[in-house]
Ligand binder design. Structure first.
Ligand SMILES: [Zn+2]
Length: 223
């Protein structure tokens, strides 16, 4: 397997980004084909007019084949309680965004580990610190777990509500890949796929794989 390269050089040069790594330790977990990055991640970030300075102890598991596979991020100093309201799960770590959202955001960058920190970890930590201080989120958070996935589908494909998103996902998974344009669209409009949701579907297939879609489908159906 091709191993993610350039990590050490990236970690050594984050000047001017408004975040920094203290007590950085990187283990190469060869057997598990990933790096284990332990650090206190400090930041000074501004959103609208609110500047927040804070830091969190993290353990980040970075797969060798990132960005195809995504990192898992754990908060190890207990600042973020392990519960759905804080989008934190003991086993799966911080729920930074849905897989589709993460992939979409990374697709707009060069896909380095530092891009992941800047685009996904830092906004999550900022939002948590903001909530501690102001008792609300700086931007509307996603629903938890499976519902979050449904709500992202709803937004992306412009569907009526979570039930419509659920039906859409179910239909989507009945078709053999690649889905042909002459099929009737899974949204229930009665139109052909190519005249309805195919364009949006192909747009996201550029960064969000069929495998990831299947995993999200299973998670969403549990909600
Ligand atoms: Zn449609």
């Amino acid at each position: 397997m091709h191993k993610y390269e350039g990590l050490y050089a990236e970690l050594a040069n984050v000047d001017g980004q408004g975040f920094w790594f203290c007590n950085l330790d990187v283990q190469d977990a060869n057997k598990d084909k990933k790096f284990i990055i332990s650090t206190k991640l400090g930041f000074s970030q501004r959103y609208e007019n609110v500047i927040i300075d804070d830091s969190y102890d993290l353990r980040i598991e970075l797969p060798y084949d990132y960005p195809r596979k995504l990192p898992i991020v754990f908060n190890v100093d207990g600042k973020i309680p392990n519960d759905p309201n804080n989008h934190n799960n003991e086993k799966t770590g911080l729920c930074l965004a849905t897989t589709a959202e993460i992939k979409e955001r990374l697709s707009q960058t060069s896909g380095t580990f530092i891009d992941f920190v800047r685009e996904l970890i830092i906004p999550f930590l900022y939002a948590h610190s903001y909530k501690q201080q102001y008792h609300k989120y700086p931007w509307p958070p996603r629903e938890h777990f499976g519902e979050g996935i449904l709500s992202e589908y709803k937004d992306f494909f412009n569907l009526r509500d979570l039930n419509h998103a659920r039906d859409f996902m179910k239909e989507l998974h009945k078709y053999k890949r690649p889905i042909k344009g002459h099929n009737i669209c899974m949204c229930g409009s009665g139109k052909k796929f190519r005249d309805c949701h195919q364009k949006k579907y192909l747009e996201r297939l550029a960064y969000y794989s069929n495998r990831e879609m299947r995993l999200d489908y299973c998670r969403a159906m549990k909600s």
